[in-house]
Ligand binder design. Structure first.
Ligand code: PAF
Length: 290
């Protein structure tokens, strides 16, 4: 089946090139409907894509690697132009929305990744090998089979991809990674691997606040483990420029409102407090266009 990639940021581009390289038929959905073909470089190879707008006339695997603030608009578009029966929607975005979308098609999947990548003009730089997890976005009946074909295709394109029966837990762990890494790359203006060890104490306080909030959502996280995992991700993606660093560099809106900002707002709403997240949220907003 054909793949449609939505979002031409680092992860969308990485996935488009990786799926095409592993033999899949891939088209791109662009924000500019007048563009009909796109060239992309990765690791010395050139990839050429044609484009496709909604509505789709045939079922496709739709992989949407978009910013958290674009999720609502994209789902509205899908309400207007529903995907043909037999299609699959795979969503991938950093952070959490205050109101996680309830209007998802029942067979929507979340893809959570710790691969590191950034765009350098028409080239995507795969700067950190990571792992990824795929799981149903909504609870399924016990009899629902794992979507093996999709899992296999994604794993062939960009290994390792693991199936997850608790993708929400993975999403919270990823939220923690982004909250503990991305803002510091903006504050210190550096690649992930250049972050100073002195941020560890601050990261631990952020992790503790996140653990409290996750607990309110019936999810168990551990602050020591989160900090340790963050440093593992930093080591794996040491050559990467984080997505937030790149957003600030290119004067684009960052995802800070959906990362540390999300934690701070949620803590307030649940009569708790997350002063460290609130402080770093505002620090990054001052350094960016947000
Ligand atoms: O946002 C990012 O840049 C990435 O999620 C990660 C894993 C922190 C690597 O830079």
């Amino acid at each position: 089946m054909q793949w449609l990639i939505v979002g031409q940021g680092a992860i969308g581009s990485l996935m488009a090139a990786s799926l095409q390289r592993s033999g899949n038929n891939v088209v791109l959905k662009l924000r500019q409907p007048e563009i009909t073909s796109v060239a992309l470089g990765m690791q010395g190879a050139q990839f050429q894509f044609s484009t496709q707008n909604l509505p789709l006339s045939q079922p496709m695997h739709v992989f949407a690697a978009i910013k958290a603030y674009s999720v609502g608009d994209f789902l509205d578009e899908l309400q207007q132009w529903p995907l043909p029966a037999g299609s699959t929607l795979i969503l991938s975005y950093n952070g959490m929305l205050d109101n996680e979308p309830s209007l998802l098609p029942t067979d929507t999947l979340h893809w959570v990744t710790i691969h590191g990548a950034y765009r350098d003009g028409p080239t995507v730089v795969h700067a950190g090998q990571g792992e990824s997890w795929l799981g149903w976005a909504q609870p399924q009946q016990a009899s629902t089979p794992t979507p093996e074909t999709i899992l296999q295709a994604l794993n062939n394109a960009l290994p390792e991809v693991h199936w997850s029966d608790s993708i929400q837990q993975r999403r919270w762990q990823k939220l923690a990674m982004n909250c503990l890494i991305n803002p510091f790359t903006v504050i210190h203006q550096c690649r992930n691997g250049e972050l100073p060890p002195s941020i560890r104490a601050e990261q631990h306080k952020l992790a503790e606040e996140l653990v409290w909030l996750a607990h309110q959502h019936q999810l168990a996280l551990n602050a020591d483990e989160l900090v340790q995992q963050a440093w593992q991700v930093i080591a794996q993606t040491s050559a990467n420029y984080s997505s937030m660093y790149m957003d600030v560099k290119h004067q684009r809106r960052t995802e800070i409102d959906y990362l540390n900002g999300f934690v701070a707002r949620q803590a307030d709403q649940l009569a708790g407090s997350a002063p460290q997240h609130k402080a770093i949220w505002h620090r990054v907003r001052e350094l960016s266009l947000d």
